[in-house]
Design a protein around this ligand. Structure first.
Ligand code: HEM
Length: 396
């Protein structure tokens, strides 16, 4: 049995931590299997991942096309607000992780397949569906996909590539890639904001200035807000959603890696597989002091940090949904935290408040790498108690 198989499969997604330990002992470049070298130096990662991004679905997910999706996002945000109000009235905690999944799912389902409010039309927000991932295929109506925007955007594909089976697979991939990823990062950011009221206070001040009227914001009003942007980058750093080892090969040229500290150089022969997981460079203490700490300011103090993030990958395999993911994160966070203060326990607050409910850091901490990062198996997600002095509550 190979070492990688043992830690990846038998120990369920633990090889990432073993690799991190190897880097601690042996430096930024280590061999992790007979034919794969793992790299944990952002300078060299930039070199390996360089390259143009081009893929068939790109126009469909371009920034311009995603902008047209704003109305859909705004509609879903209205549904979120309704749900939150219902929870306030009933005095029951809200599972924000589930709510975020329902949100990201419904947005991608609407955009890509014309499906309306698959999750929000259900009282349980389709919780059983998220719990049993394998049922995903059943939610996708193949005929709808055939007439969807994806299909229209792929007119230049050969007929064989437009078969129902191929489209269903594509649909399944998009739903899988576009739902949990953004939702997990949002859950982590929410946890950190509510655990750090001083950070949330700064964010709220910025949002109040940008959106004085307090309505659900247009993306153009918020996408350049410095503190909100830093909060999102810090969330992506700590919870990068996709933890898989991203692999690249330099087919023709040998690469030379020079360790910045020791000045030792290594020749990596052409054809060698080079891998890196976005989780590891994001935790390097020499680049991110106190890496476990949620500190958005680090992105304001050092504008080059964002360049080092491998969260959405880059080059030829850059995340297809990057524009959608950013639009969702900006709009959801701005909507929620423009409205809600952290609960201060006094009972004197005049705005809607949020307080973590039976949620600890373990509910957002990455435990394993199963292509996407996973938290502990028995986590209930990030849950909050909401209070709003302007809404009368009823006992359940
Ligand atoms: C915080 C949110 C997200 C993160 C961090 C993220 C990250 C990534 C990363 C790192 C990859 C490359 C994986 C590799 O090289 O093996 C990737 C690929 C991909 N992502 Fe995302 N993603 C996010 C949200 C989304 C969304 C909203 C969509 C919507 C459709 C999406 C669709 C895709 C697709 C289709 C691919 C495969 C691209 C390809 O292989 O050509 N992602 N994502």
């Amino acid at each position: 049995m190979s070492y990688a198989f043992y830690h990846d499969v038998i120990r369920r997604g633990h090889y990432m931590w073993e690799i991190e330990e190897m880097h601690r002992q042996y430096g930024p470049i280590v061999r992790i299997s007979p034919d794969t070298v793992h790299v944990n130096d952002p300078e060299f990662i930039d070199q390996i991942f360089a390259g143009p991004g081009k893929k068939p679905l790109n126009p469909f997910f371009s920034k311009q096309n995603i902008r047209r999706l704003e109305t859909t996002v705004l509609e879903v945000l209205d549904r979120i607000i309704q749900r939150l109000d219902e929870h306030v009235i009933k005095k029951v905690p809200v599972n924000l992780s589930l709510l975020y999944r329902a949100t990201t799912h419904d947005i991608i389902a609407k955009y890509a397949f014309g499906e309306d409010s698959v999750c929000f039309n259900r009282q349980d927000l389709n919780k059983p569906y998220f719990e049993s991932y394998h049922k995903m295929a059943s939610i996708v109506k193949i005929n709808k996909i055939k007439s969807s925007t994806i299909h229209n955007e792929e007119n230049d594909l050969p007929e064989s590539e437009k078969s129902p089976a191929r489209l269903a697979e594509e649909a399944q991939n998009l739903l899988a890639a576009g739902t949990d990823s953004t939702a997990n990062t949002l859950s982590a950011i929410t946890y950190h904001l509510l655990s750090n009221p001083h950070i949330l206070k700064k964010l709220r001040a910025e949002l109040q200035d940008a959106i004085p009227e307090g309505t659900v914001p247009k993306i153009s009003k918020i996408e350049n807000l410095p503190y909100l942007s830093a909060v999102i980058q810090e969330g992506l750093r700590l919870r990068p959603a996709v933890s898989t080892r991203q692999e690249r090969v330099s087919p023709d040229e040998d690469l030379i890696y020079t360790n910045g500290k020791t000045k030792m150089s290594y020749r990596i022969p052409a054809g060698t597989c080079m891998a890196t997981s976005a989780v590891l460079p994001s935790r390097l203490p020499e680049i991110y002091p106190s890496p476990e700490e949620f500190r958005p300011e680090r992105f304001l103090e050092n504008a080059t940090l964002k360049r080092h993030q491998l969260t959405f990958s880059c080059g030829t395999r850059v995340c297809l949904g990057i524009n959608l993911a950013y639009q969702e994160m900006y709009m959801i966070l701005a909507t929620l935290f423009r409205r809600c203060d952290p609960w201060d326990g006094t009972g004197d607050q005049t705005s809607m408040t949020l307080e973590l409910f039976e949620t600890t850091h373990d509910d957002i901490a990455i435990v394993r790498d199963l292509v996407t990062e996973n938290i502990k198996d028995d986590s209930q997600g990030v849950r909050v108690t909401m209070r709003d002095p302007s809404i009368s509550q009823v006992d359940e």
